[in-house]
Write a protein that binds this ligand. Structure first.
Ligand SMILES: Cc1cc2nc3c(=O)[nH]c(=O)nc-3n(C[C@H](O)[C@H](O)[C@H](O)COP(=O)(O)OP(=O)(O)OC[C@H]3O[C@@H](n4cnc5c(N)ncnc54)[C@H](O)[C@@H]3O)c2cc1C
Length: 409
């Protein structure tokens, strides 16, 4: 493979975390050519995790989330074009057509268009989602109109729903979480771990209602932003605001006639490539995981790791090592962290337990450690990461117990 030279221009579509990190990583690896970063939002790249945490609870102003400050844009020599969407990619000529009909041609293209919030079938403007700065601004301005104790219905007890509920509660409002499954996160973390976590909302006085069958959300009795959540038995929950957190879907529609393989995201190889001079990174990329399986993972660290791996590959020609996915979530006053990509059906063994909200557990599939999950145990989790670097049996993991180093370590 030909490595990048100073005569090349890399066009990056999607000015989010993965797009911005790609610019930074290419420069860090010595790329001296052109960088064009195209984003359809009105802002320079910013960080999303604080939107549902520090920003939603009122601790941070939105500007604190900015990643690409003017100084960093200058330092990294990035030609940033915001407020314009890519509508077509010509893979052969590596040219990108934009919504203003202009064409940006590069020698290489990076697809970093991320994901958007999944919507309910009865989506209406009075329903809120938390994916973008504009979403956060809109929801916060609504929350600021409410009075202490007002009900905010949150549909979905996943990571975003739990974080928004925590932030809404910190504002003195009354979040009520409505979850379709019998327990939060059961379809992500599995039966056992979801049981271990189910008491968290109640511990901080947040109401969680599970096995909820919602048939509609309507504002037909109101013209003040209020809405009713309607259940299958005909009962209603009157809410002053409704937030929907039911997952995300990749932004791939603009690639429909590109000829690229798109299957729950842009399918890439271990170096993030989907064509000779075209790559995809971050939430939009479906990348190879163990056993030839492809996965698309919507986590901050994965987007960062993809960008680093691609930059290194394009600058040095070296193949990328298998990345170990990592995520965290701050909810109900606790920090959940996970390494690896276990399946909900994997076995779980709790290996360190120093209190109700202080534990570390291993996921195990076919006798091999497939993931690590921790509540309030960041150090033990990171010490145990080597268990995922190469296949490790449960027996060997228990014998080496990296989560409990000798006192002198
Ligand atoms: C509220 C929130 C909280 C989160 N909290 C956590 C957390 O605690 N821990 C964690 O691990 N992860 C968290 N995440 C996930 C993390 O933020 C994402 O994994 C990360 O943002 C992915 O970056 P990305 O650049 O791939 O995609 P995005 O951040 O989605 O960026 C993609 C950008 O491309 C733009 N775009 C889309 N289509 C086009 C087009 N055709 N032309 C031009 N631009 C386009 C989009 O508008 C967007 O600006 C959170 C996400 C959200 C929304």
């Amino acid at each position: 493979m030909m490595t990048l030279t100073g005569a090349d221009r890399v066009v990056i579509v999607g000015a989010g975390l993965a797009g911005w990190r790609t610019c930074e990583e290419l420069r860090r690896h010595g790329f001296a050519g052109g960088l064009t970063l195209i984003g359809d939002e009105a802002y320079p790249p910013y960080d999303r995790p604080p939107l549902s945490k520090q920003v939603m609870s009122g601790k941070w102003p939105l500007d604190h989330t900015t990643l690409a400050t003017p100084e960093k844009l200058e330092k990294n020599q990035v030609d940033l074009r915001v407020g314009v969407a890519a509508t077509h990619l010509d893979v052969t000529s590596t040219a990108v057509t934009l919504s203003d009909d202009s064409i940006v041609a590069g020698t290489h293209v990076v697809i970093a268009t991320g994901a958007r919030a999944r919507r309910l079938v009865w989506h209406e403007t009075y329903l809120n989602e938390v994916r973008s700065r504009d979403d956060a601004t809109r929801l916060i301005s609504r929350l600021e109109q409410l009075s202490p104790g007002d009900v905010v219905a949150i549909i979905g007890a996943g990571f975003i729903g739990a974080e928004v509920a925590t932030a809404v509660s910190a504002r003195g409002l009354r979040p009520i979480i409505l979850e379709a499954a019998e327990r939060p996160l059961i379809n992500v973390l599995g039966e056992i771990v979801s049981k271990w976590l189910e008491h968290l909302p109640g511990d901080v006085g947040i109401e969680l209602r599970t096995a909820q069958k919602i048939v509609a959300v309507t504002d037909h009795r109101y013209d003040n932003g209020d809405a009713n959540v309607v259940f299958d038995d005909g009962s209603l929950l009157h809410a002053r605001a409704v937030v929907v957190g039911v997952g995300a879907q990749p932004n791939v529609e603009w690639l429909a006639d590109s000829g690229l393989e798109v299957s729950n995201g842009v399918v890439v190889d271990r170096n993030q490539l989907c064509a000779a001079r075209v790559a995809a990174v971050g939430d939009v990329a479906s990348f190879p995981w163990t056993n030839g399986e492809h996965v698309r993972i919507e986590h901050w660290q994965v987007a960062t790791d993809h960008a680093g791996a691609l930059a290194r590959h394009w600058m040095t020609g070296e193949d990328s090592p298998t990345l170990i996915p990592y995520f965290w979530s701050d909810q109900y006053g606790q920090k959940i962290q996970m390494l690896g990509h276990p399946r909900p059906s994997d076995d779980v063994v709790r290996v360190k337990d120093t209190g109700e909200n202080l534990w570390l557990a291993l996921y195990v599939r076919d006798g091999i450690v497939s993931g690590l999950i921790a509540l309030g145990q960041p150090r033990a989790l990171m010490l145990s990461k080597p268990l995922l670097v190469r296949p490790t049996t449960l027996e060997d993991a228990l014998a080496s117990a990296p989560w409990a180093p000798p006192a002198s370590a």
